[in-house]
Structures are given as C-alpha cells and as structure tokens.
Write a new protein. Structure first.
Length: 321
C-alpha cells in the first residue's frame, strides 16, 4: 500500500477505499473503490466534478484505467451517479451495473437532468453537478435481486432496496460482510460522532420516500447480520444493531411529524417551513441524547440541505396519500 496517498483517499481495510468526492464540503459525499487481486470496482461516483479524484485514486494505488471492471451507482440521484458517464468514458474495460429503474436514465440522462433541475434550479445545477454524460447502452447492465458478480473472485451481491428511492439497490461485499448502502442506511456525518459512537438519521429526499417499504428494506439488510455499512454520506459505520434501531425509530418520528402537519397549514409553503422546524427539533433532541454538545446554529448549518430536501420529500409523500 502506498504511504503518500492524497488526502481525499482513505483506506478502510480489506481492499476498500473511501474517496471523498468534494461535493459541498469535506466529509459529505463518498465514492468507494474496491481493489482485489489487481482488479477494481467503483461504487457510487459523486458528480461529474468528482471524476478527477476518482481517477487520482487509481493513480495513487498504482492501478491503470483498464483495471476497473465495474462502476456501480447505488441509485441515480446525482450525488451518487452524476459522474458515472464521465467516469465510464475514462475506463475502457468497465461495465456499469445499475438498478433496472435507473438504467434508462444512465443511457439517456435527459429526464434525470430535468427532474433535478426542477428541484435545484439552473444555477445550482451548473455549479454543483456539471454536465451529465450518457453511458453507451451496450456497456450498461440492469441488476436484479440476488444477482452476483465477481471482482477477481471477490463476490459482490445485489439487493433491491426501495424506500428511499425505487431505483436503489445495495451491494453486499462478502469479504467484509458489509453493505454499500447509498442512502438506504441513512446519513451519518463524522462531525456528530461522540463517545457513544456515530449518530444516524434518515434521508427522505424527493421524490420516492416510502416509509413502510423502507423499514421493510432495512430489516432485510439487518437480517444479513452485517459487520458494517458503507454510507455515501459518510464513510464506514459499525455498531450496526444500535444504528439500525435508531434509523427505524426516527423514520417513525418523521412519519408522525408529517401526519401532524398534513392539513394544519394554510399553504404548502407554511407546511414546508413547519416540517423543517419539526425535523430540526427531532434531530437536536436526538443529538443531545447522543452526547453532542455542538451549538444549535452549527447543527443547523451542517444539516441545512438535508432539512430542506427532507421536508420536500415528506411533503410529496403526504400529497401522494
């Protein structure tokens, strides 16, 4: 293992490396590079702007571009898959493995771009996400529940994992007994770690939040008795039973919050602000119980985008009935 790795590349053991994509801030968005017997796979890619770091990770580990066999976005939200097309253009031997509901959006990202544009607006799209590059159809394959692929003899298995998004799958690495979970196992920012360990929270971003389905998915993942989860936001977490119970409980709290505000407000704008305030109170109470002594303003700053997008996702779920 080289000793002079770039600061955005973190070895996690057993050939797994976290690549900080630099999206929004340090320690917010990770792609993962698995290396085994000289072959490699990327799981999640970050945005198009992350591609130089992903290629730099290969260079730092002494791997050629044609050593990469697989590029695997967990789902097609742009902080996970926005860079997939640009990355594939640099990796001549790689194939893209994507959930069947996301396959068409990787081959023709027009609808994906328009959907994100409606949420973020043109200025933020250009600033944060860059251009979406299509993936050639012959280089992309849809996954399915129970599907397995090999990385030089290392088995990666796929589970269909709706709840956060219907186009989400998780990847089981038999070597580490870990799930690469995208957003399905929530968010856990290292700034909130305390002596009690990591803290975790659901992400209910638009537009396919389905709480009951999500809880069923989580119980399936937990039934595999994983040693760890590899989160896109952010990093490897263990203490799986405690975090799983916290995540399931907090989904219930967000559901109760949404239902309490479903018909209470004169406008959707008022409801949106109430959902943001209610989430913040749930999260700050949970953090205080977790031993976090961070000031409320600092917590609000770290969670600002999540509070905004979660409120949108909860509202869409409420309006869907």
């Amino acid at each position: 293992m080289p000793t002079d790795l770039p600061p955005y590349l973190e070895p996690l053991g057993d050939g797994v490396h976290a690549v900080d994509t630099g999206f929004l801030r340090d320690g917010f968005d990770a792609a993962y590079l698995i290396v085994h017997e000289g072959r490699a796979a990327f799981i999640d890619t970050g945005t198009t702007f992350a591609v130089p770091r992903l290629l730099g990770a290969l260079d730092a580990l002494g791997l050629s571009r044609d050593a990469v066999d697989w590029v695997i976005p967990t789902h097609v939200h742009l902080d996970h898959a926005g860079g997939a097309g640009a990355l594939m253009r640099e990796l001549p031997q790689a194939r893209l493995l994507v959930h069947p509901r996301g396959l068409r959006h990787m081959v023709d990202p027009t609808a994906l771009w328009q959907g994100a544009l409606a949420v973020y607006g043109p200025e933020e799209m250009a600033r944060a996400y860059g251009t979406l590059v299509p993936v050639a159809a012959e280089r992309a394959t849809a996954t399915h529940e129970g599907m397995t692929v090999q990385l030089a003899g290392r088995t990666l298995s796929f589970a269909d994992t709706p709840g956060h998004a219907r186009h989400h799958h998780c990847i089981w690495d038999a070597t580490t007994r870990g799930w690469f979970s995208g957003d399905t196992f929530g968010l856990s920012y290292r700034e909130f770690d305390t002596a009690q360990g990591p803290w975790i929270v659901p992400t209910t971003t638009p537009v396919q939040f389905e709480p009951q389905v999500w809880q069923e998915t989580l119980r399936r993942l937990l039934a595999a008795d994983p040693a760890c989860f590899y989160l896109t936001h952010y990093g490897r977490v263990a203490e799986v039973p405690r975090l799983g119970a916290q995540l399931l409980s907090m989904i219930d709290e967000l559901v109760a919050l949404g239902r309490a505000h479903q018909h209470r407000h004169a406008s959707k704008g008022e409801r949106h602000e109430a959902l943001k305030r209610g989430q913040f109170e749930i999260f700050t109470r949970s953090l205080a119980a977790h031993g976090c002594t961070m000031e409320r303003d600092a917590i609000a700053q770290l969670l600002a985008m999540d509070l905004e997008l979660n409120a949108q996702g909860i509202a869409i779920w409420l309006d869907r009935g």
